[in-house]
Design a binder for this molecule. Structure first.
Ligand code: 5GP
Ligand code: MG
Length: 177
């Protein structure tokens, strides 16, 4: 059906592609830390972490893993396009200084969430790099932010639903009707 953007097979291929590109670009795995953005970005980040660990043949517990909880809300009724990212919770129990941070989210749209994440990450000390990975790039950026690793680009003004096994029982990306 045309309203399926990724089925479970192409979802897994996208995860594998992102993981391979991350490990190709980061030969020193000891410098890599992975941070997922709640909610679906965390599940994706865990999958990608496990895949990278397999590719470089280390135990997945050796790759530091953290989470950021950033929610967008509309705070201005006069301007429906104004979305404010609010940082609710940060779990980064390791040093990010001189590390290559792989920041992972499900969908990239205006770029506001990632911008807020960068603010938080820079407060933790000076990383060597911050590399953004997203499953879907929906286009329509309002800020100069781009992902280094992209599962698929799917220009869409319509909302997309990202389902994953852990929460929905299936890996799938569909349009919200
Ligand atoms: P942005 O801040 O780039 O506008 O939006 C990115 C954040 O909003 C991400 O955390 C993402 O989860 C969520 N988001 C934006 N557009 C969509 C969408 O079409 N579907 C889903 N599921 N989440 C979206
Ligand atoms: Mg989100």
């Amino acid at each position: 059906m045309s309203d399926i953007i990724l089925d479970s097979k192409s979802f897994q291929s996208a995860v594998n592609k992102i993981s391979r590109e991350i490990s190709d670009n980061n030969k020193n795995i000891r410098e890599v830390v992975i941070i997922g953005i709640q909610n679906k970005g965390v599940f994706l980040a865990k999958r990608i972490l496990a895949e990278i660990a397999k590719l470089v043949e280390i135990d997945k517990s050796r790759i530091p893993f953290g989470t950021l909880d950033i929610t967008l809300y509309r705070d201005d009724l006069d301007d429906l396009s104004s979305k404010m990212p609010v940082i609710k919770d940060t779990v980064i129990p390791f040093d990010t200084g001189r590390k290559n941070i792989i920041l992972i989210d499900d969908v990239l749209y205006t770029g506001r969430t990632v911008r807020a994440a960068l603010d938080v990450l820079m407060d933790f000390g000076r990383p060597k790099s911050i590399q953004l990975a997203v499953l879907i790039d929906r286009g329509f950026r309002e800020l100069p932010i781009e992902a280094k690793y992209i599962g698929i680009r799917y220009q869409s003004e319509k909302l997309i639903k990202v389902e994953c096994k852990e929460t929905d029982g299936v890996d799938r990306v569909v349009f919200i009707k």
